[in-house]
Design a protein around this ligand. Structure first.
Ligand code: SF4
Length: 978
């Protein structure tokens, strides 16, 4: 850990401007999800500039355009400035608001929530966006007693996260990273600019400087793909097929890490082979539940958890009870070596030549096995065996958006992890490394809460990881209990909930009507909805008596978003520079593979207007409602506010929201009693905490005795036992058996659910055509020859910054991008306005032709189109007149089939929103239609306190610059530039 001065400019930096009146404060950026450490220089109480914190583990000083432009977020015209209530008698969505006091707002909300809690707590649905405080909101929901809580993960990347947690015990991004320092071959599947931003810039730079190879698999060549050594222009939705074809080549050629698979995965475990009978496909276990393997020396089935045995990796055997069994690896090889996954077949599906697939597989194998590396270091494995080095397979991968956003994304991500396991490149030097508190047991042991009762907290978290049909959140008839239908037969492993279905389900009363929807930082009436126009209509839908079908909508946000416009009650949040916050290890960690880390935010500026951090509001509401975690026995508030809560709340003895400087004297890292000085210790250390593992614990964490014992001591895992990675995902087979009518327990309530569960809950990776695409083709819709996807620009985080005067100057209009040759063949020219039509509607957009787009794909930047008057935008703003939103074309339900219940347009295993399954056709707009986007945006009236109109402030400085003529030589030699 390094000490960073809080408010002093180091003396050895030449002064290039007057420093009197300047102060430096350290905090954490929130202009995207990356959570870089920043160093904010203040001058006379205003931000002079923002720099990256060179000591911070996430970004090591790197700052991106968004991070720099955080200044202008403070000067956004869209900032909300006071609590607002929809004017009595006005229509929802009309934007008729009146300012009210916080006391009035909280009284109104408390009264309503108290009534809901006393009657039926699940009538409150509480969903949050990219908020980074899910540990607190989840605790609050659990204490309130509603199972209807989740964050935005169901429409973000739950496919990636769940596939990883059910396979490796960790995953990509927040769960694990490439070993940038040592990797020699890095494969990036899909887009990563939005989440893994600055760390990937540093990482890719490091790989290239070390002479490594960077391969980018993506239908679009922008961002990171533009600097890749090889661009693999894949057809959207076919990544799983490519990963399996690569696995096919590795298995066919014997290029896999036999010893690694035997030691660290369930590949040698025996799987029962009795098709059509109960128990088929489950792991063979002894009476104590131990998984059995075939020991080659004893020639018998033995407990696979023992160290000194010789398990067979391949083979078919007979169990002691006479049932036929095969090793999981044998089943995997049979699946992968089928002609359905041969390179020639994959070439047809993915649009990548078979020879390239063969070459890529050979390159992966060559680097993994011929360029293996060693890190000399004594370490002890779980069985007590000593080793003098770590063996490394220097191949690493990353996948997130792209792969995730398809209805086959869970199995695609499983296929990518399987590829990593075949290469033996997980948690090894040069490979993909877990970030503590990961890895966790496969899957993590938490199950989702199901039972609710008036005035009663839940028995656990509303979210978790089902391993069998008994864990589903369904009623006795098998019907969903959650408003989003998460953890139901329609999405059994929906570990992050299904936020994208909430409004549609709630308005339809399916599975039941709710009373109040509370949203925090989630723009569900615009770019976070799959079917934007319909969602706006649904929010205003009334019943026969003229009452809103969704009776009450509460929105907390710092800015005037499209969703705020529909709220009944608006609670204005602060910006990230105006509040305390914690980036907790109980939540979405910022750890690195070499050790756990967390961070804080501290107020740099005074909040403007009558705004309050949502964190403080949560604590106060918890106390007002008498939720046990937030009140004393006598009903008085337990905490003086958010800071007090963060310091004193303990999830388990010694474990709290912040892991640094615990213990009364602040001398206990990770676990210890509360330390009243904890916030100050973070501030003194540059707003972050990092614990560096000794080298002997940095690799093979899943089987590393030293690491496992330490991880158990600090509460990361429940027992210091090895974590066995799952090549074969047995929980999925339990669901599949239920779908086949062969499970001794709960069963799907109807044929549709049964058929889907049986087809997609496969314990081995498989590839299938995305669901909507398949239905559109089979149902005889007109031809939609193009896949339509979105990408993330480096300069905008989704829809967050169309209010930001600096970032708008970089990007204020999105275009529809198409492959140049394909566009010209269609008679389209660069700059044409075109219609883009799906089975769900059509939009008009301006076309750009470019070489770096796969021939069957069109794409655009995500979330750029906006509604006029929202986000402080003037009526003629490019975002509202020339920008467009692809979401208008997407449906949140699959095309209907007669006699079938409505099905969400989601991955059938995890419920992940299938945004990228969209198919469209593109044709030129008529001459009179050229020049503007469709649908046109009405101009909305801003609420009290919010301005819109032409931007008044484009430039910003706290004083006139003095070094305008400074030469590069001077900068480099005299310094002062960092
Ligand atoms: S990558 Fe994200 S968190 Fe980091 S500086 Fe840029 S906007 Fe801020």
């Amino acid at each position: 850990m390094s000490a960073v001065p809080e408010s002093e400019i180091p003396a050895d930096v030449p002064e290039l401007e007057p420093r009197e009146g300047q102060q430096v404060r350290y905090t954490t950026c929130y202009m995207c999800a990356c959570r870089c450490g920043i160093k904010v220089t203040l001058e006379n109480g205003r931000v002079r500039f923002i720099q990256g914190n060179p000591d911070h583990p996430v970004n090591r000083g790197v700052l991106c355009a968004k991070g720099n432009a955080g200044i202008m977020k403070q000067y956004s015209r869209a900032k909300l400035r006071a609590p607002l209530r929809r004017k009595p008698g006005s229509e929802r969505g009309a934007g008729e608001f009146e300012e009210i006091s916080w006391e009035e707002a909280l009284d109104e909300l408390t009264e309503r929530l108290r009534r809901i809690r006393a009657e039926d707590p699940k009538k409150l649905a509480y969903f949050t966006g990219r908020d980074q405080m899910q540990a607190l909101t989840g605790l609050w929901a659990s204490q309130f007693g509603t199972i209807n809580w989740a964050a935005h993960g169901g429409f973000c990347s739950v496919n990636m996260a769940t596939a990883g947690l059910y396979t490796l015990g960790h995953a990509f991004w927040e769960f694990g990273d490439p070993d940038w320092e040592r990797t020699r071959y890095f494969v990036l599947w899909g887009t990563a600019e939005d989440h893994a931003s600055n760390p990937f810039k540093r990482g890719i730079d490091q790989v290239k400087r070390n002479g490594g190879r960077f391969v980018a698999v993506n239908p679009v060549r922008t961002g990171y793909q533009a600097v890749a050594d090889e661009w693999v222009p894949i057809r959207p939705g076919t990544d799983g097929m490519l990963a399996m074809a690569l696995g096919h080549c590795l298995l066919r050629d014997g290029q896999f890490d036999w010893a690694y698979l035997v030691r660290y995965t369930n590949a040698p475990q025996l799987v029962v082979q009795t098709p059509g009978e109960p128990g088929d496909g489950l792991i063979l276990r002894d009476e104590d539940g131990a998984p059995l393997v075939w020991d080659l020396e004893q020639e018998a089935c033995v407990d696979g958890r023992q160290a000194e045995i010789a398990p067979a990796l391949f083979g078919a055997y007979t169990a002691p009870d006479g049932r036929p069994v095969k090793t999981a690896m044998t089943l995997l090889a049979e699946r992968y070596l089928d002609a359905a996954y041969a390179p020639e077949r994959a070439a047809e599906v993915c649009g990548i030549p078979a020879a390239d697939i063969e070459r890529l597989a050979a390159e992966l194998a060559h680097v993994a096995f011929e360029e293996a590396i060693e890190v000399p270091c004594e370490w002890t494995d779980w069985a007590g065996r000593k080793h003098d080095r770590f063996i490394g397979r220097p191949v690493s991968m990353h996948a997130m958006r792209g792969v995730s956003a398809h209805s086959n994304g869970f199995q695609a991500a499983r296929a990518i992890h399987t590829l990593q396991l075949l290469l033996g490149s997980v948690e090894v030097p040069g490979g993909h490394r877990a970030k503590p508190p990961y890895p966790r047991p496969v899957p993590p042991p938490a199950r989702p809460a199901r039972e609710t009762a008036p005035d009663t907290p839940l028995g656990g978290s509303p979210l978790g990881f089902p391993v069998a049909p008994e864990d589903l959140v369904v009623d006795a008839a098998g019907e969903p209990l959650r408003i989003d239908k998460a953890f139901s037969w329609q999405a059994p492993l929906s570990a992050h909930g299904k936020m994208h279905t909430v409004i549609t389900n709630a308005v339809a009363g399916d599975p039941y009507p709710i009373d109040t929807l509370m949203l925090f930082m989630a723009n569900m009436a615009w770019n976070s909805a799959m079917n934007t126009a319909q969602i706006q209509e649904l929010l205003c839908a009334k019943d026969e008596q003229g009452a809103y079908r969704l009776p009450y909508l509460v929105v907390s946000d710092a800015f005037h978003s499209e969703t705020v416009q529909f709220a009944d009650l608006v609670l204005p949040d602060t910006t990230y520079l105006e509040r305390y916050d914690c980036i907790s290890m109980l939540d979405r960690p910022i750890s690195e593979p070499d050790g756990p880390a967390d961070a804080i935010r501290q107020p740099i500026l005074e909040p403007e207007g009558d705004v309050r951090p949502w964190q403080e509001v949560m604590i106060e509401l918890g106390a007002r409602l008498g939720l046990p975690a937030f009140t004393n026995d006598d009903g008085s508030p337990r905490y003086a506010g958010y800071n007090d809560f963060i310091v004193h709340y303990e999830r388990a003895p010694g474990i709290g929201f912040l892991a640094g400087w615990r213990g009364a004297d602040g001398d206990k890292p990770l676990r210890g009693e509360p330390n009243p000085q904890q916030w100050q210790r973070y501030i003194d250390n540059g707003a972050f905490f990092k614990y560096e593992l000794p080298l002997s614990q940095q690799f093979y964490k899943f089987a590393n005795k030293g690491y496992l014992e330490w991880a158990h001591e600090v509460g990361f895992i429940g027992a210091a036992e090895p974590i066995v990675m799952a090549l074969y995902a047995e929980p999925l087979q339990r669901f599949r058996l239920a779908g086949q009518g062969l499970y001794d327990g709960p069963a799907p309530p109807d044929a549709t659910d049964a058929e889907r569960i049986a087809a997609y809950c496969d314990p081995l990776p498989l590839f299938y055509q995305p669901l909507e695409e398949r239905r559109i083709e089979a149902d005889g819709h007109p031809a939609y020859p193009f896949h339509a996807v979105t990408q993330r620009p480096m300069t905008m985080y989704h829809a967050w910054d169309s209010q930001n005067a600096w970032l708008r100057q970089i990007l204020a209009q999105n275009h529809l991008y198409m492959n140049r040759a394909r566009g010209e063949a269609l008679g389209l020219a660069d700059g044409d306005w075109v219609w883009v039509e799906s089975h769900n509607g059509r939009i008009r957009a301006q076309l750009r032709l470019m070489e770096g787009t796969q021939a069957d794909t069109v794409w655009s930047w995500n979330g750029m189109g906006k509604q006029a008057g929202i986000w402080g935008l003037e009526p003629g703003a490019p975002e509202a007149t020339r920008g467009f939103l692809v979401n208008h074309l997407i449906d949140d339900r699959l095309p209907a089939r007669e006699g079938e219940k409505p099905l969400s347009n989601s991955d059938p295993v995890t419920g992940q929103a299938a945004w990228y399954d969209l198919r469209v056709r593109v044709y030129k707009a008529a001459p009179e239609e050229q020049g503007s986007a469709y649908p046109p945006s009405p101009t909305f009236r801003p609420p009290p306190g919010v301005e819109n109109g032409p931007l008044a402030l484009l430039r910003y400085a706290t004083h006139r610059a003095r070094e305008l003529r400074r030469s590069l030589r001077d900068t480099l030699t005299r310094g002062g530039w960092q």
